[in-house]
Design a binder for this molecule. Structure first.
Ligand code: GLU
Length: 331
């Protein structure tokens, strides 16, 4: 290693142009996105997050993009993307422009990874899954990677039938972002984030890398998503800084939990539109249920997404987000 490489990373011309185009788009005003993974049908928590993200964009006269995070192909479910689009249409949440799929941008993520690798920002890690499980936090959350392979000088190639994962050599310092809803956005990089994986040992592009690149190329100014992703923000901010760009603003909204306080899961088939329809609720009733759960309307209200939008202002919406963040258990 040649000492700490300098920032931002020199990028090939096509990436400079792509990111430059995204940064120009940002200057034109609010651009938000909803970015579900097609791992199953959307449950009511995902639907509520989509509604809030759509409202936020529309209240600010902005654009709302739909991105399908479909890189982790073993977890994708056949038909899930179609059902996500159908749900958005049924609820009246129209998106702008074509659907964006991460699977169509694999070459782009690989170019970014090559640039990072070339300029010394990545290192190969050969820690086994078992070792990583042994150092993980008691409740299954992975502890900050202790950097075992940072100076090991492993090969990037196949060895004993395995490729290494590619880890970010995170610089010391704080990673900060503008947070509108949840816990203020700032953590100490080395102790709270560590050297995250940007390319997995199985060759898959990691979520943080793809997400950071996408927020930039799509010109996203505002991300509204579930607060389970709050801790994913710092590594994404770190990658965006390497690419020479500031992060979007974030609003991490409380997750909708089941009666026992557990988070809902698409993969476990938590109830979505089909469940609502089985209770004979139409779209107006479902928008009412989702909006009431976020404190935007009284329970039992029936209205279209458009009517809900017309009854709100950016200020009243922000106030509802603040209330929800202050009382996540009631959300
Ligand atoms: N694709 C991720 C998910 O469905 C969300 C990504 C994001 O909003 O950053 O959980």
């Amino acid at each position: 290693m040649l000492g700490q490489p300098s920032l931002p990373v020199p990028l090939p011309a096509h990436l400079v142009e792509l990111i430059g185009r995204g940064l120009d788009l940002r200057k034109r005003g609010y651009r938000g996105r909803f970015a579900p993974s097609p791992t199953g049908t959307l449950h009511r928590g995902n639907l509520r997050t989509a509604l809030l993200s759509w409202l936020d964009a529309r209240l600010r006269g902005g654009q709302w993009l739909l991105r399908i995070d479909d890189l982790d192909t073993p977890r994708n479910r056949p038909g899930a993307e179609a059902s996500i689009l159908q749900d958005m249409n049924w609820l009246g949440l129209a998106w702008d422009g074509p659907v964006i799929r991460q699977s169509e941008a694999r070459g782009l993520y690989s170019s970014v990874l090559s640039a990072l690798r070339c300029h010394g920002w990545l290192y190969p890690c050969r820690c086994s899954r078992r070792l990583l499980a042994d150092i993980s936090a008691p409740h299954g959350g992975l502890a900050v990677y202790p950097g075992f392979c940072r100076h090991a000088g492993h090969s990037w190639d196949w060895q004993e039938g395995r490729l290494p994962s590619w880890r970010l050599r995170l610089s010391p310092g704080e990673l900060c972002w503008d947070e509108r809803c949840g816990v203020p956005g700032g953590v100490d990089g080395p102790t709270a984030v560590g050297d995250v994986v940007l390319r997995r040992a199985d060759g898959f592009i990691a979520y943080h890398l793809a997400t950071a690149v996408d927020e930039l190329r799509m010109g996203i100014t505002d991300v509204l998503r579930g607060d389970d992703l709050w801790s994913s923000t710092a590594p994404q901010v770190a990658v965006m800084a390497l690419l020479g760009a500031a992060p979007p603003r974030y609003a991490h909204v409380p997750l909708w939990r089941d009666g026992e306080g557990h988070r809902l899961s698409k993969r476990e088939g938590a109830e979505g539109i089909a469940g609502f329809q089985a209770q004979e609720l139409d779209a107006a009733a479902v928008i009412g249920v989702l909006a009431a759960s976020a404190g935007l309307v009284p329970a039992g209200t029936r209205l279209s997404a458009r009517e809900l939008l017309d009854g709100l202002t950016p200020e009243s919406f922000d106030a509802a987000l603040q209330r929800a963040a202050a009382n996540p258990d009631q959300a």
